[in-house]
Ligand binder design. Sequence first.
Ligand code: MN9
Length: 290
Amino acid sequence: MQKFKGIFTALLTPFHEDYSINWSSLERLIAFNLEQGIHGFYVCGSTGEGLMMSPEERKQIFRFVAKTVGGRATLIGHVGTIHTLDAIDMAKAAEQAGFDAVSAVAPFYYGFPFDAVKGYYNDIANSVDIPTVIYNFPASGGVTFTPERAEEVLQNPKIVAIKHTSPDLFLLERFKHLSRDIVVYNGFDEMLVAGLAMGADGGIGSTYNFMPGKILNIYNRFRAGDLAGAQAAQEEVNEIIATLIRYGVFASEKEILTQMGISMGPVRRPFLPISEDGKAAMSKIVEILK
Ligand code: MN9
């Protein structure tokens, strides 16, 4: 389980202006994150615009990322969708590509009863030999995992972790005290130090893409017992994240990386492109990051 602990970049997907995948930028983004010492990548999740990509594109990305990383970091492939057969197909492709685990957001839109959600996780987990990570993201329109619901899903021993993207850190803490020990990831970057303090084993986040060093600094200080230092590092990062939230998180992150020299292109529609004001605000962040 050790390889699943730590700081995982929720990898952005760079596009060309026509929205096709920009493979050379993806390679450079991965290299930049590896150089900075990131422990793993969470691929084709919310940040990676996985829900706006076809299963075929997501499978291509899994293969490309696995080949590029070449065992230098732990890989989790997000296969969540509301079509279980597509999720299974993508899970098999991730396993075949050499991923360490798969993950899925709960099925959304129809308001599925929890037994259906449980069936979905079992279908995915049982389709592969690698472990499965629950993606608890209540705001996605899916379900909120409670400790009771988590216990039910965790009856399947192949499910070994939860990515907790919710401001409810009491819940995060409760996930560390279930009948079985699982890895818990903090999902909101702006609360990383708090998530760690409540027991998270690491974090998965979108802002890690362009400031992996600053995020690792929070984690390393916390692990070293320097809580004041970790808090100060979090405050520094949150000044940046507040601006990102104002202008659209993923479009802002892509703009920052583009200005840093890795061309990331647009976000896919229906996401809105970044405004001119937003671009100017991102220039200021790029200056700070230098
Ligand atoms: O993967 C991301 N979650 C979502 C994690 O975007 C739903 C976070 O990194 C946020 O983008 C970030 C800003 O709120 O914390």
